[in-house]
Design a protein. Sequence first.
Length: 369
Amino acid sequence: MESSVALGRLELAPSSSAGGVPLTSRLPGGSQAHLNGCVPLSHQVAGHKYGVDKVGILQHPDGTVLKQLQPPPRGPREMQFYSMVYAEDCCDPCLLELQTYLPRYYGTWSSPDRPNDLYLKLEDVTRHFIKPCIMDVKLGQRSYDPYASQEKREQQIRKYPLMEEIGFLVLGLRVYKVCTDTFDSYDQHYGRGLVKDTLKDGLSKFFHNGVSLRKDAVAASIHRVQRILRWFESQHQLTFYASSLLFVYEGGMERKEVAEYNNNNIQVAEHWDYTPCEEDNSAWKQSHELQRPPNGNGNKSQLQGKDVDGEEAKGQGGDETETGAGDAEVEVRMIDFAHVFPSESQDHGYIYGLKRLLTVLEQILCDAA
Ligand SMILES: Nc1ncnc2c1ncn2[C@@H]1O[C@H](COP(=O)(O)OP(=O)(O)OP(=O)(O)O)[C@@H](O)[C@H]1O
Ligand SMILES: [Mg+2]
């Protein structure tokens, strides 16, 4: 229980940006730069958007993601959570394992001209991918925490009355369509429109590249979610409300030289050549692996074989051999911790949601067999 207590006790540390992070700008020419070269995150699929809402998510020139602190108590609570999980002297095995399911945390960041606007500096979970297909799924049986006002509770229930029964909600996604070399995007309204009978097909959209279902990505996602479920079943110290799982898989196929200019693939990216009617993704996987640089897409400073803190770049996808995960390179990470609280029991709502989500993913795979 020590770390639970710590979560309630942690004090706000003064802004301490991650030391030694290279600030080399790799933004393409002509991109609208503000806040010291930071720009709105181009591949954000849900949540508060910079320029639209009061707070939003930016991308730093070094490739990390900057999440602006929400007004208290949410922002400070999320910062305290990250500080606790990534505390240098942390030796709680439960939290050490939890680190592997979260984006890496590099402290806080603020722009010199606005030192009071704090941002959480986080690993960009999509950084290894060339054509990242991304989905944000909110987990749990309720989207409000125990301290929420009656008004907030009602508002959240109105948004998705099925949350309690279904246990998760798709907040947004984008999926790469190989034939057109474009992304199809779906916002929060898409997920809210899904009911029990349409959930499976609704979710399977994320894994469909316009020609075939990416069974390899479904299988690898299942494996990742199972690991997170095992962590939840083993821990009794934290409860998560309105927190999400961020799914990412590679949507691209084979490459040829073309430049793509967005702030996810900032330098020269490749064009993906697609052979229609390729039913089996294993063929894709083979050629993909042969041609892929060892560190993923090798674009940003965060991607040059090392993470910003100098460690070898290795996501959850890096341990396939050890764990026997599916074929695809897939990331499933927990994000959004504005409503995490100390607890003394299992997080039944989150576990319920994970199990329901697994059931639907397994059905998708089963139907495709
Ligand atoms: N570490 C990350 N790497 C890549 N993308 C991220 C990362 N963190 C967030 N995102 C993108 O930003 C979106 C919103 O993130 P998040 O849920 O943390 O913010 P939010 O919902 O606006 O926050 P809050 O609920 O605290 O107001 C995600 O759906 C995802 O697309
Ligand atoms: Mg969110």
